[in-house]
Design a protein around this ligand. Structure first.
Ligand SMILES: *Cc1c(COP(=O)(O)O)cnc(C)c1O
Length: 356
């Protein structure tokens, strides 16, 4: 008989030994501003589509590659449907793209700090993840990224967790000065910044990933997508495989895109107002938040883990970071209805005062 240490079996492949389960604290909280999802609830047409779904439909397989969803996404983004690929969340699209375009041993370079799933997907696909720190002003280090001789460069804009943008000029420089595939993650594009979707259609070197998990309030349905040239998206689709978007997810996502745009746009406007107000309130607590273009604000805070724990005891969840490159210790606070943000600010103030 063999015994196994936690998370390992005798069959674990060597390259997976350093990978841990992704397990942020997801314990329920009265006010949850920890994961950047839309806190205004489900868009109404999507909710109606869910209620009205004929249960019989789930006895059959979904569409192979979600062609009705592609049509709706294409008209939302103003691109041809042949330039769209979908997936089980944009995580799935990112993972598939990495697998499609890089061989084991290739490098994937990314500014740091950024989306923590990227080094994990890199390792799971046998790639070498190479983090290249942002400047103190959160500009990407173009020369530093190129010097890693990467097969893929990943840029998140607006960036999670800083909320900062990478300019189109910087992306253009990457495109002209390297032969790498450039992946631009626009998970938060509804909240700020200029989309590169149009550029992706005509470039054969650019893939723009997006999601319905954030502004659209459908994280539980797992609907992500990407925009690229027909040649690029076909390779991602092949790598992704069939049946990745469920029938339930496709129906609700199509309903949201076709009939809920007003709702989504209004919630985005509210969240942007709340974001600016949150920024000001954090400053008046004596903190130095980072100016954000997303639906969250990153604020450097000493003893971030302890402060987050103390906020949790007051019923408010935010995301602590203990050692971010460039930033150090910080809290990432999502925005939502102002009442929630107000409660969060009160819990933060009380937690900071308790430590003072
Ligand atoms: C939330 C998030 C995603 C979205 O992931 P899904 O799998 O679509 O839910 C992708 N990229 C970044 C940077 C994110 O923060």
């Amino acid at each position: 008989m063999t015994t196994t240490t936690l998370g390992h079996s005798p069959f674990t492949r060597a390259s997976y030994r350093g990978i841990d389960l992704y397990a942020p604290n997801r314990a329920p909280s009265r006010v949850d501003l920890s994961d950047n999802t839309n806190r205004h609830g489900m868009p109404p047409a999507a909710a109606a589509a869910l209620r009205n779904l004929d249960p019989e439909t789930v006895t059959r397989y979904p569409n192979l590659y979600a062609h009705t969803l592609k049509e709706s996404l294409a008209s939302y983004c103003g691109v041809p449907a042949g330039c769209v690929v979908t997936g089980c969340g944009s995580d799935d699209v990112l993972d598939s793209a990495i697998r499609a375009f890089a061989e084991p041993g290739d490098a994937i370079a990314f500014p740091s700090p950024t989306f923590p799933m990227i080094p994990i997907f890199a390792q799971m696909n046998g790639l070498r993840p190479i983090a290249v720190p942002y400047s103190a002003q959160f500009e990407i280090d173009v020369a530093g990224l190129l010097a890693t001789r990467p097969k893929i460069i990943y840029i998140c804009s607006p960036n999670n967790p800083t909320g900062t943008l990478t300019s189109t000029d910087c992306i253009s420089r990457l495109l002209s000065e390297s032969s790498a595939l450039i992946i631009v993650d626009e998970a938060y594009i509804e909240y700020g910044g200029q989309s590169l979707a149009q550029l992706a259609v005509t470039s054969d070197q650019l893939l723009v990933t997006r999601t319905m998990s954030k502004a659209f309030g459908l994280a539980g349905l797992r609907v992500g997508y990407a925009i690229g040239s027909p040649g690029i998206v076909a390779e991602v689709e092949k790598s992704r495989g069939p049946y990745k978007v469920s029938t339930v997810a496709e129906r609700c996502a199509v309903a949201a895109l076709d009939s809920d745009m007003k709702w989504v746009e209004q919630r985005v406007v509210e969240d942007v107002v709340a974001r600016e107000r949150l920024f000001d309130e954090l400053e008046s607590l004596g903190l130095s938040p980072i100016r954000s273009q997303a639906n969250f604000v990153l604020v450097p805070v000493r003893a971030a883990a302890e402060v987050a724990l103390s906020m949790r005891q007051r019923g408010v969840a935010v995301r602590p970071f203990t050692a971010l490159p460039v930033v150090g210790e910080a809290l990432r606070i999502s925005v939502g209805p102002w009442k929630m943000v107000r409660e969060c600010l009160d819990a933060l103030q009380a937690s900071l005062e308790e430590r003072a």
